[in-house]
Design a protein. Structure first.
Length: 346
């Protein structure tokens, strides 16, 4: 099969496109013929650059922390899946142990694309319990993006922040991937009032187009003042941030109202940020960091996408052979939506 292999850290050119042996599914695994895999700023690009040593990547490595495609082969003991079924997979594997994996699962563990072969390939083998069936309404490119970002955003807003209909949420990074998904979940799934914040008018417009009730360009206006004006001086119930911008987050934090919650699963612009502790305790604010997601939420995420409540923001689809170009696009900071690699493209 064709795959991207990384033997060392460095510039995008360390991503080598070539032929490697087809993976054979172990007992309890399925093999997926990949039709889409996403390119991620931290888990792919920063990892390749050598900035994520704490994640314990095992080189040489086939990157790609998610995939969507068609079941191609079954390992021994797998009864849940059939060849030809449309599936997606992402994250830590095995995410859970089931009868098909067995208590003595012997395959590699950890996150795909970091500690086991990932989705930057024509074929990838994953534990049967790590896959989820795709609704017919979603194509593979959309499904890969939904798989990567929606469960994390869903977990933060629904389970961790416990955002309720009628409450107000301030979504940071409105033009980014987790930000754009957060806007849609808060507005279309939960029924909250949404304020989209971003660093340019263009990205604010993106947030408004996705359904946000209000938008603030924090490089053109004081974020705290604008949010307090929009909320009649009450402040927001939930601050959703996955950037940790030290120049902006302190102002956003002061815009949290009484009993408010800050939730986050990222810090690529930080990680060190100054916050007002007096505001923290006077307003009785809760801060929770929580990466990952709950497996039980995956069907809900795909159902919401199939119903049109959540739409993947895809900027460009490239063939697998152009993985290095995809990394350069992400590093440039010019891409707004997701870059997707499709191994089926010539």
């Amino acid at each position: 099969m064709k795959a991207i292999v990384m033997h060392r850290y460095g510039l995008p050119d360390v991503l080598e496109y070539g032929t490697v042996p087809d993976p054979e599914p172990r007992a309890g695994e399925i093999r997926i013929r990949v039709h889409a895999t996403t390119v991620n700023r931290v888990l792919d690009v920063s990892l390749r650059a050598g900035n994520e040593h704490a994640r314990g990547a095992i080189l040489p490595l086939i990157p790609g922390v998610d995939c969507a495609g068609i079941v191609d082969a079954l390992g021994a003991g797998v009864t849940r899946w059939r060849q030809g079924m449309r599936v997606a997979a992402a994250g830590v594997m095995p995410l859970e142990i089931c009868s098909e994996d067995g208590d003595n699962y012997a395959g590699p563990t950890g996150m795909m694309g970091i500690k086991r072969p990932g989705g930057f390939a024509e074929l990838v083998a994953v534990p049967a319990c790590a896959a989820i069936e795709l609704p017919d309404e979603l194509d593979f490119h959309e499904a890969a993006v939904i798989t990567r970002h929606v469960p994390t955003a869903w977990n933060l807003l629904v389970n961790i922040a416990e955002l309720k209909a009628g409450e107000t949420a301030l979504i940071m990074g409105a033009g980014g991937n987790l930000g754009s998904i957060g806007i849609q979940i808060a507005k279309n799934v939960i029924g909250a009032i949404v304020i989209a914040a971003a660093g340019s008018d263009e990205r604010v417009k993106t947030g408004l187009a996705l359904g946000a009730d209000h938008g603030v360009n924090y490089n053109a206006a004081d974020l705290e003042d604008e949010v307090m004006r929009l909320t009649g001086g009450r402040g927001v119930d939930v601050l959703y941030d996955n950037i940790a911008n030290p120049k902006v987050l302190p102002s956003a934090f002061r815009a949290i109202g009484s009993g408010g919650r800050l939730v986050t699963a990222g810090a690529h612009a930080g990680p060190t940020v100054s916050i007002d502790f007096a505001h923290l305790y006077h307003k009785r604010i809760t801060i929770k960091g929580r990466p990952g997601y709950q497996a039980s939420d995956l069907p809900k995420c795909f159902a919401a996408a199939a119903e049109g409540k959540i739409k993947a923001q895809i900027e460009r689809i490239l063939p697998l052979s152009r993985a290095a170009d995809a990394h350069r696009l992400v590093e440039s900071g010019e891409s707004v939506g997701k870059i997707v690699l499709d191994p089926t493209l010539g």
